[in-house]
Design a protein around this ligand. Structure first.
Ligand SMILES: NC(=O)c1ccc[n+]([C@@H]2O[C@H](COP(=O)([O-])OP(=O)(O)OC[C@H]3O[C@@H](n4cnc5c(N)ncnc54)[C@H](OP(=O)(O)O)[C@@H]3O)[C@@H](O)[C@H]2O)c1
Length: 391
């Protein structure tokens, strides 16, 4: 597992940043060059086979660069898909794994103005390679976040909560009291949907797969703000008609799964409503009946946060004010919105510090395939990989 990395310098496996070197001296230099450890893959394939723990040398800190010590990084399904080569965005190989995480600034180049040593930063975009102990990144590849929020919340702030927020905001004009239905509700995105929807005064119907500890999961999702939690099997039952007798059908459905599960979501959507597909965990196509399209005029849409970021300038999606990061003010990409608007709708306080995922089978499967590399990594550094903690 150990080896001298073929990658010299940690600015290497970049999708989004590939600027030249600058000779400017860093504002504050680290005492001595440190050994960087990273989980690297040289070709696509099964993560258990292709991901290796390697040593890297830390690149010099150029004028617009930031030396970052990584504090925590999650394992998301998209990280696995990227390693497998099945993702919409692939890095140049060899690449460091991981797209999300939080790090602390150690030193900055002379022309860096946005962050300073001690600040916490997260990646601005996918492809940064966060599964490493330290790195030198360009300033533009990073976003500063407050350091007084829980570490794990900071490490998982940039993808799932932002995805949840955009999907709730961009597809239907929802008003407080409106219903939203989603599947894979215990996923990282699903839990963010529950919390953000509750903060917006929206009510959620949350579909999960059946499991032995269903009551425990139901209680946990309800404690996050879920109104109803149903299993896939319950959703298919004829009696579901009665469920919607005394309440309006949802106008927005969020589909993480595909296949039969998405067909069921469509069945319960209000006429003219929208189903947004953002994940395909079942690896099966979305099937909509002809009658749903003709007689209910349902709309099928897709969402990809990476594309959203490309389409929207960072000046619009990174509000500059400081404040609680929990739901929107800092890093949920809020285009042209009042960053405090979400909080003002909030029916109850204190959901903001809970943008954490609980362990899911999907996450455990990802972890399983990476386990060997992780164990060595974990034993050898203080770096926290969030999935490991949840095992
Ligand atoms: N489009 C975007 O911009 C965007 C952004 C973020 C995430 N995503 C995607 O969203 C999905 C979820 O990501 P995450 O980080 O929230 O994942 P996660 O926390 O690991 O959760 C995965 C979820 O998928 C469910 N699942 C796994 N296999 C399934 C199957 N065969 N059938 C039905 N459900 C299944 C799991 O349910 P169990 O607990 O029952 O296993 C769990 O609820 C991924 O596909 C990810 O790539 C997309």
């Amino acid at each position: 597992m150990w080896g001298r990395g073929a990658l010299l310098g940690t600015r290497t496996p970049s999708l989004a940043w590939g600027r030249g070197w600058s000779a400017a001296a860093p504002c504050s230099a680290p005492a001595e060059p440190s050994r960087v450890r990273a989980l690297i893959y040289g070709h696509h394939g099964d993560p258990a086979k292709v991901v290796e723990l390697k040593n890297l040398e830390l690149a010099a800190v150029g004028g617009s660069d930031v030396h970052v010590k990584m504090l925590a990084a999650p394992i998301n399904p998209s990280d696995i898909n990227m390693i497998q080569g099945n993702y919409g965005l692939l890095p140049k190989l060899p690449a460091v794994g991981g797209n999300e995480g939080v790090g602390q600034v150690v030193a900055v180049g002379g022309s860096v103005t946005g962050v300073k040593p001690g600040d916490w930063v997260i990646p601005a975009n996918a492809g940064l390679g966060t599964w490493r102990t330290e790195a030198v990144f360009s300033e533009e590849a990073l976003i500063g976040v407050p350091s007084d929020i829980p570490l794990q919340s900071a490490a998982t702030l940039g993808v799932n909560p932002c995805t949840a927020y955009r999907m709730l905001m961009d597809f239907e004009q929802l008003q407080p009291g409106d219903w939203v239905i989603q599947n894979a509700s215990n996923s990282g995105v699903g839990q963010a949907v529950i919390q953000i929807a509750a903060a917006l005064g929206l009510r959620t119907i949350n579909v999960v797969r059946d499991r032995p500890d269903l009551q425990e999961l139901t209680d946990r999702l309800k404690s996050l703000g879920a109104e109803h939690v149903l299993t896939e099997e319950e959703l298919r039952k004829h009696e579901m008609k009665n469920f919607f007798k005394d309440m309006p059908q949802p106008r927005l459905a969020l589909n993480c799964v595909g296949g039969k599960s998405s067909t069921e979501l469509l069945r319960h959507l209000a006429p003219g409503g929208t189903m947004v597909t953002y994940g395909g965990m079942a690896k099966q196509p979305v099937i909509a009946s002809v009658s749903q399209l003709i007689f209910k005029d349902l709309k099928l849409r897709g969402f990809w946060l990476s594309q959203w970021k490309k389409d929207h300038s960072p000046g619009l999606w990174v509000p500059r004010q400081s404040g609680s990061v929990g739901l929107s003010p800092h890093n949920c990409p809020v285009q042209g919105a009042d960053p405090h608007a979400v909080r003002s709708h909030r029916p109850r306080p204190a959901h903001s510090a809970r943008l954490l995922r609980g362990p899911t089978a999907g996450l455990r499967a990802c972890l399983g395939s990476l386990n060997a590399a992780l164990r060595v990594f974990e034993a050898d550094s203080h770096h926290v990989l969030i999935a490991e903690e949840l095992e």
